[in-house]
Design a protein around this ligand. Sequence first.
Ligand SMILES: Nc1nc2c(c(=O)[nH]1)N[C@H]1C(S)=C(S)[C@@H](COP(=O)(O)OP(=O)(O)OC[C@H]3O[C@@H](n4cnc5c(=O)[nH]c(N)nc54)[C@H](O)[C@@H]3O)O[C@H]1N2
Ligand SMILES: Nc1nc2c(c(=O)[nH]1)N[C@H]1C(S)=C(S)[C@@H](COP(=O)(O)OP(=O)(O)OC[C@H]3O[C@@H](n4cnc5c(=O)[nH]c(N)nc54)[C@H](O)[C@@H]3O)O[C@H]1N2
Ligand code: SF4
Ligand SMILES: [Mo]
Length: 897
Amino acid sequence: MKTVTRSTCCYCGVGCGVLIEAENGRITDVQGDPEHPANFGRLCSKGLALASTAQSLTGRALRPEMRVHRAEQRRPVEWSDALDHVAARFVDVIERHGPDAVAFYVSGQLLTEDYYVFNKLAKGLIGTNNIDTNSRLCMSSAVAAYKMALGADGPPTCYDDLEHAQTVLFAGSNMAWAHPVLFRRLEEAKAKNPAIRWIVVDPRRTDTASMADLHLQIQPGTDVALFNGMLHHLIWEGLIDRDYIERHTEGFDALKRLVREFTPRAAAELCGIAEHDLMQAAEWFGASDAALSLYCMGLNQSSHGTDKNLALINLHLATQQIGKRGAGPFSLTGQPNAMGGREVGGMATMLAAHRDIGNAAHRDEVAKLWGLADAARLSDRPGLPAVEMFESMRSGKIKAVWIACTNPAHSMPDITKVREALRKAEFVVVQEAFMQTDTVPFADVVLPAATWGEKSGTVTNSERRISRVRAAIEPAGDAKPDWWIANEIAQRLEKRIANAGSTLFGYASTQAIFDEHRTLTRGRDLDITGISYALLDEAGPQQWPYRADAKEGETRRYTDGVFATGDGKARFHATPYLGVADAVNARYPFRLTTGRLRDQWHGMSRTGRVGKLFSHAPEPALTMQRADATRRGLNEGDLVRIASRRGSLVLPLQLSADVPSGTVYAPMHWNGQFLASGGINETTHGAVDPHSKQPELKHAAVRIERAELPWRVLAARRGDTLAMHAAVQPLLVECAYASVSFEEGDLIVLRAAHAEAPQGWLERIYAALDLPKGDDTLEYRDARRQTDKRVIWRDNVIDGFVLAGDIANGDTLMEQLRDAQPWLGPRFAAFSVQRQHAAPRDRVVCSCKQVKESRINEAIAHGATVPELKAALGCGTVCGSCVPELKRMCETAAVAS
Ligand SMILES: Nc1nc2c(c(=O)[nH]1)N[C@H]1C(S)=C(S)[C@@H](COP(=O)(O)OP(=O)(O)OC[C@H]3O[C@@H](n4cnc5c(=O)[nH]c(N)nc54)[C@H](O)[C@@H]3O)O[C@H]1N2
Ligand SMILES: Nc1nc2c(c(=O)[nH]1)N[C@H]1C(S)=C(S)[C@@H](COP(=O)(O)OP(=O)(O)OC[C@H]3O[C@@H](n4cnc5c(=O)[nH]c(N)nc54)[C@H](O)[C@@H]3O)O[C@H]1N2
Ligand code: SF4
Ligand SMILES: [Mo]
């Protein structure tokens, strides 16, 4: 029977509504929900691919697994054994070393209900504040700044503002790729009203930047200087609102004194941009009827990320670009439920419903609401934020850790230390939906989690809007929802930890959890006592605050100029400009920055399962400006070693005019499942912001040199890509460079390079890729030249190949494999080099319609415009994620001609 279930996309903080179609326990299709106020039916390329990422059970965590001793292999066990074991080990550590010897590391991708149970378990039952989340790597600078400047967490703005903003300032946000559906709304608003100005602050010329009226291509880490300089100019030009400053704010004088030295010239010089561009940006911002800033990781992921946020909020307060339609500082939430996590207080530095750990009255309130027998059970010791948590594990203080819905061995900065920490811990629990992640190998216990499509609850999106997530199918195998797992173990702990109070756990449903959660928000800034499952079912997603006596939620906050501070006034902060933590010098001359790809999601455990989502960026790469490369004698495609003071990795070089001289860029996604290394976080720096404790993931000083790896491998095979991936992945680390990607048509592609052939490696690759010797296999070997080649046919069509040593005819074989046309002529010709026929690397620009770069360029060469491209080729007509790139390709061609 076919069913359609209304739910929410599991990826970014836009929080698009989806309709999940399922049949016989399988998700068959996912469409945008036309009624959802975040997307009105639209989805981006990742959302549209949800059905294909969800379909296969290969590689899913299906059964609990555990080992009792480190030396053992984990083996499958019953749920009751795994739950009893985790509870017993946690009790043991707590009894021996106290509650702060255990830690929870959870995720902004958990649902609010999951999060709530984890937070109550750590803080209310165990009595430790050692519960932190990947939101520490993501939103914590934005949170710190909102609280310091406006008195409370959460954006004052809403999505409707996107349509009303007259000046849009994107700061450290590549919204065209990271929040695509909201970007579509901005594009439409600008198309309707060309007077709208876009300013983009980003060291790279991203798709977002290429559409801007003004791109401020600043040096990484210099945003505070820029915003201070803009404020200086606003004051000078009389574009500030003195009356508003007087009535609704505090602290302007100190700030004014500070920005005196940030003349446009001085600031522009620090940023590496033109002075008149800085002044232009300030004027467009200050003189606008409605200036909206949209900001994300380029501001937050910095060792002075809170200052970057505050300096931007200063601009809004000084010009009264806040609390009115189309204006305000709008922090874009990264993960689907980073907001929900903050609401339940699921971090080491906060308590439920935006309360503070350090505030005794707040602790008493929470203790009472939770029914704790003893209010003192709520610890007043702040918990350890992510980076410190893993450091404390590494130094042996934290003995047991429970990781849920995040992959720290990939996503934390300086991962050598994280791996050491996970090895050092006595007991590691990993609650995961997929087995192929870099953290799973460290687990003593794997708890299989139900994932998107299989679980229910709520999430809160970037505009404070709570949406229902609903299960369309049963969990895979024995997997269970995250809240259920936490609740089961909590009940076991409750029996063993003395004097916890009345029954704290024993939830029967997510609704029971939500009902308890909302009670805790009564009277708080995020009061949601008016929101219930029943209301969400009847009236759809709702924004907070939404009090019990209200008729609806608040769309915009601070419209009356009264802020959430004690005296109702917002606070200016004097933000000095400070340099990055990891200084460049002659030994480490490049500034490395990192970020996202359009079609991948973080550690790729989901998006990395489908070929289609690789087509836009098929290979990992380090991007460098051509002139920088030429000076070093490096060429496109060369393998380079990127080394920082902490670690190194090898990546292919990609030349691009999008990065400024001296800056290089690598996407954050590629990790040990797809590479011979753990990815770019081998090199990043664990320095954190003093207020938010967010690490500086956007900057590291690095050295780049050619990696001399003459022995090359190119292999590709059609078949069960997920099964082959699992077999190939353990072999990757044996080469200095290796990467795996998928292509449409069930293809897995392996690229590798090493000084010489590792012993016995190729034989294992043949086995992993199912290329046995046989009648359908052609083989060529030249031991002296370390050359080894194999091609396999099925019904006269090439079905796979491995080229090792000499990969000169790789492109030709790849094309044959992709096209799946019968092989003409003698088979041995497959090994002869046919360079002249080899097609150049052709990227897929439009992933929905699979339209390649070459076809688009050909049409552009014949004069096609974006609408004509859409009409003729279909590209850009489904999700629209590639439209910025299509525009850019047309513009580049126009400039060139
Ligand atoms: N496709 C896709 N979308 C996603 C995600 C994903 O994995 N894939 N993840 C989601 C999550 S969790 C998050 S947090 C968001 C992140 O969304 P974004 O923050 O928009 O994405 P990033 O690419 O990490 O970084 C944005 C930009 O910051 C720039 N930048 C680097 N250093 C600086 C600097 O010093 N100053 C300024 N002004 N800019 C700088 C980078 O060049 C980059 O273009 O995306 C969400 N959406
Ligand atoms: N260099 C660099 N590093 C970065 C960043 C950067 O820009 N540059 N960005 C940082 C940011 S902003 C973020 S948010 C982090 C993200 O980093 P992570 O949190 O590590 O990223 P994910 O890969 O999304 O991890 C989520 C995990 O949960 C699993 N999962 C999926 N569904 C479920 C479920 O329902 N339950 C459970 N228990 N598990 C599930 C997935 O398989 C996946 O392994 O990365 C950070 N790291
Ligand atoms: S913009 Fe894309 S990834 Fe983000 S919620 Fe919408 S469909 Fe999902
Ligand atoms: Mo994030």
